[in-house]
Design a protein around this ligand. Structure first.
Ligand code: ADP
Ligand code: MG
Length: 698
């Protein structure tokens, strides 16, 4: 039950002046219909009414305030003309202009001979100074009421600035003082105000700085919001674990050292430090009685596959099945080619299950999964389909997660009880954002790369130099190189993009004939495979591709990556594409071709690609240049939208929020201490009280 101290904040917005039922409805769709919703709606701008020049010196176009005497009314002679009122003071004349005005109302409000304080935007019209529809017209007794600084709120159709401003300002005195939910020493250290003071300060900005995300009031409120958000994530995660923990009583995957050692002994290389650490994290998760939900973040080529295999071996050694899923047929195929022989050497039965298995062959695969004959399944999302049953699926590895939806992750969970899940992504998300994007998962990062990689020489070209690039390929081909040529998704329309790739293909064919191949997302699976196989074999030397090759494909002999319209890609994507080369022994290069003119940001972004190959650095820089929403691709990441917090500006707060939540739930798991109770209030205020039911009462 919501504590009654919060009641004034959860009253209907219609209790505020100027908000009737109709406006309340518009507000409800826009920001919410309770008083608290209006309070979380912070101003985005302000109007400064401190500019009080003389009429002789006022600057055109500025908001200004004058004391004047009314000297003349001129009613319009025709309906479409405005009503004019002339005013005067000792520095000059000023016209007040009203369209569609009621003359009798104006005669009463601004009688000739009266003095008024007038505030609004000044325009010069012919030789006259005028203000059209002044914002304020105050009689002497009301002068003090003129706000020197007025907050301006983000608006939507059907809501007027003035009405919203008045309503919010009227709500401020209703804010109760609440028990503090932040830690006293943290507040003191940052010099942050109380919640009540912070809200009032945010709504009564005294200067432009008060609108900045770094203003103490805004920072405090952002921290509050992030705290509420992370607290809910932690509670949900804990709840999920407890539920699964109960379902899974007794199911723990013991370490599988023998099998894992046998596997590692067969590899021609030593694991990197990152791989060892990640594998240890995963093994510990799998040994624990609760379900694993872990994200493995590692740059392209960091060696995630080996880590996944170690995890799968642990499940298999315990008699369970494991599955690894790739986002495309090509990648599933490739996993089969890499992982299959490793498993064969260990005597482990595996199957490659994709949408391509048909008829009897498919049935045989399904039977083998259902009766436990197949110990490890390698496949695409075809593994999620309803007709697929596992005898005892214990671990699911989802590769290149950004191509999978949450929905698909869910349907995977339905394939067994409390399946351990390992999600692998090569999208390097900045550390500060990982928690927000993947708050429900534990995270292992693999910063090290296997030794011996050659740096990739990256260059940036304008499309003007296309002919030069094409003719330059002759030399590269003579040296035996294999080349990717990527045509981007330019429109949202695949067919249009395909046409662009086909044009490029035809043009390159004119120069290099049969050495050129084309692969794209619309092709039949078997045709795609055939093209890829020919590229792998070296029959095709220049592979024109839409972004289907983006994820994971491994052709170590490929040493040149050409990306057209590079400016249209996200940096993470460029980085992934570039990661397709530099995998073999030979020196590799990458050409980013852009269509100019480029803005400063776009230029800076491409430059980053030139100077570094570290995916995490690229991600941090991309974040700095473009902002969080775009880096994560809001739709893909399921990133929550915040009312106050700005993930870019407030990213520095996230680690503290995370620690704060962790410690809090450790010390007071059910939020019963005074601070715990205060935090419950915070959850109500941010409308995240659904998680409160996960707390045991009393
Ligand atoms: P990704 O993380 O992009 O999935 P992969 O698992 O495909 O990377 O690994 C890329 C390449 O590096 C593969 O050829 C793999 O065999 C090799 N590799 C993995 N780990 C190591 C290591 N510790 N030392 C050397 N090579 C490695
Ligand atoms: Mg991979």
């Amino acid at each position: 039950m919501r504590p009654s101290t919060l009641d004034p904040l959860f009253a209907d917005a219609t209790q505020l002046p100027g908000i009737g039922p109709k406006l309340a409805k518009t507000l409800a769709d826009f920001i919410g219909d309770k008083i608290i919703d209006l309070l979380w709606h912070l101003p985005s701008n302000l109007i400064d009414r401190q500019y009080r020049p003389s009429l002789a010196e006022v600057e055109d176009g500025r908001i200004a305030t004058f004391d004047v005497t009314i000297i003349k009314h001129e009613a319009p002679r025709r309906r479409n003309l405005p009503y004019r009122i002339t005013c005067q003071n000792d520095s000059g004349f000023l016209s007040l202009v009203f369209f569609h005005a009621k003359g009798d109302w104006l005669a009463r409000a601004l009688p000739v001979g009266a003095t008024r304080m007038i505030s609004g935007r000044v325009e010069r019209f012919r030789d006259n100074l005028q203000i059209v529809h002044p914002d304020h017209m105050l009689a002497a007794a009301e002068f003090k009421k003129l706000p020197t600084i007025e907050p301006v709120y983000p608006l939507t159709a059907g809501i007027s600035a003035k009405v919203l401003m008045k309503a919010v300002q009227a709500a401020l005195p209703r804010i109760p003082a609440l028990d503090e939910w932040q830690q006293a020493d943290w507040l003191a250290k940052n010099n942050w105000p109380t919640w009540q003071e912070a809200l009032v300060a945010a709504h009564r900005p005294e200067a432009r700085e008060a609108l900045e995300p770094h203003h103490p009031a805004r920072q405090r409120l952002a921290y509050d919001e992030l705290l509420a958000h992370q607290l809910v994530l932690a509670l949900v995660r804990r709840q999920r674990r407890q539920m699964l923990g109960r379902q899974l009583a007794g199911r723990e995957f013991a370490p599988a050292e023998k099998l894992q050692t046998a596997f590692l002994d067969n590899l021609p290389f030593q694991l990197t430090g990152s791989q060892i650490e990640a594998a240890a994290d995963i093994s510990a998760d799998m040994q624990a009685p609760s379900r694993m939900l872990r994200l493995l973040q590692g740059d392209v080529g960091s060696g995630k596959t080996v880590v996944a295999v170690l995890a799968m071996l642990q499940a298999v050694a315990n008699g369970a099945q494991a599955a690894i899923m790739a986002p495309t047929e090509i990648l599933a195929q490739q996993h089969g080619e890499t992982i299959g022989p490793w498993l064969d050497a260990l005597g482990i039965r595996w199957g490659l299950i994709t949408g391509r298995n048909k008829g009897k062959q498919r049935q045989a695969h399904l039977d083998a999964l259902a009766n436990g004959e197949t110990q490890i399944a390698i496949g695409t999302h075809a593994l999620f389909q309803d007709d697929i049953d596992f005898k005892d699926l214990g671990l699911a590895v989802v590769d290149e997660q950004h191509r999978f939806g949450v929905q698909q992750r869910m349907s995977l969970s339905s394939k067994g009880n409390g399946i351990d899940v390992l999600v692998m992504t090569a999208t390097p998300i900045p550390r500060t954002l990982t928690l927000t994007a993947y708050g429900d998962m534990d995270v292992s990062r693999m910063p090290d790369k296997p030794p011996g990689r050659k740096p990739i020489d990256t260059r940036i070209f304008s499309t003007d130099r296309y002919p030069e690039v094409v003719s330059g390929l002759k030399n590269v081909l003579a040296e035996g190189a294999r080349i990717y040529w990527v045509c981007p998704l330019v429109s949202e329309n695949e067919l249009v993009d395909l046409a662009a790739a086909e044009d490029r293909f035809k043009d390159l064919q004119k120069h290099y004939g049969d050495a050129v191949g084309l692969v794209h997302g619309q092709m039949k699976a078997a045709d795609k495979d055939a093209v890829m196989a020919r590229f792998q074999a070296g029959d095709i030397r220049i592979l024109v591709a839409t972004t289907v090759i983006e994820v994971g494909v491994n052709v170590p002999e490929a040493t040149v990556m050409i990306i057209e319209h590079a400016e249209r890609f996200g940096l993470a994507q460029l980085h992934q594409l570039r990661g397709r080369v530099g995998r073999g022994l030979d020196k590799s290069s990458c050409l980013l071709i852009y269509r100019g003119p480029l803005g400063e940001t776009a230029k800076a972004r491409l430059q980053i690609m030139r100077v570094t190959e570290d995916g995490f650095v690229i991600a941090e820089e991309d974040l700095r240049l473009r902002g969080a929403g775009e880096v994560l691709g809001t739709r893909q990441s399921g990133l929550p939208t915040f009312r106050i917090a700005d993930l870019e500006a407030h990213a520095n707060l996230l680690p503290t929020v995370h620690d704060d939540v962790k410690l809090m739930l450790h010390n007071d798991p059910n939020l019963q201490s005074p601070r715990g109770q205060a935090l419950r209030n915070l959850l109500y205020l941010f409308r995240r009280d659904e998680a409160i039911r996960y707390l045991t009462s009393g």
